[in-house]
Design a protein around this ligand. Sequence first.
Ligand SMILES: C[S@@+](CC[C@H](N)C(=O)[O-])C[C@H]1O[C@@H](n2cnc3c(N)ncnc32)[C@H](O)[C@@H]1O
Length: 282
Amino acid sequence: MGDRQDVTGHYSSEGGLAGRLIEILEKSGIARAEITEASLHSVDQLHLRGRIAAEEFLDALGIRPGDKVLDVGCGLGGPSRMAAARYGADVSGIDLTTDFCDAARELNALVGLDDIRIEQGDALAMPFADDSFDRVFTLHVAMNIADKPALYREIARVLKPGGRFGLYDIVAGSSEPVHLPVPWASLPEHSHLIPAEDVEAAVIAAGFETERFEDQSALVEAYLDAQRTARQERVEKGEPEPPSGAPVIMGETFARKQKHIYRNLKEGRIAVRLGIFRLKDA
Ligand SMILES: C[S@@+](CC[C@H](N)C(=O)[O-])C[C@H]1O[C@@H](n2cnc3c(N)ncnc32)[C@H](O)[C@@H]1O
């Protein structure tokens, strides 16, 4: 159980999370009544390359209108809302952290997507029947879960045969150790990174075949480089920063966490993988 409490302790905040994120948008000039699924993207995508990565990833998953889709480790529900709004999918999300589940439900209601079901629960023992979903995905979740074979077996259980599983996750790089804190962990024992090859082997062992498994580290590095340049230009011109949920979501150490992501990537201590897998027919 230690593992689970470490995760929820790391991500929990002082309540009212959705309200504080809405306030950030309001301060940037977007009135509450005008907030849409799209205007939440600057604060609700808790993974590297934010909205752009989520759109590319969900497109690659081939979601069809009406598909039953499960977002495992849904966080604030950003990718869940995107899957519902962009493809007309019938979406469920599950997350261990109660604060995130509450915020996800509130944000769903705010933008009229409250038919998305959000469950509080553990990815390793999900409250769904076998063969329930056409598509299941994880975005930046497995680095919090030590038992990856069990995670991928549980995903295979709830997915229909022939269905697709997609992952966009951080994996171990070629050097160690990882500079901490990072957005998913403050202590080494809370960060569960394994090499990409071992991730793919665990997914295949759970009954999947690989359709796509690619290193996206260079894409992420280029994105972070561009963000740094843009920030420098804003400072020089005295322009305001665009709205960001990072300080609210990651707490007061957010700047160090972001710096460490950049450094870990540049030094090859972490890598980023996108994978699309098909569950073999029984
Ligand atoms: C970095 S956030 C990513 C959130 C979301 N997928 C996104 O990309 O916006 C990681 C999420 O995984 C959740 N998580 C970690 N371990 C989990 C577990 N065993 N079961 C369910 N959720 C888990 C955390 O609570 C957190 O919301």
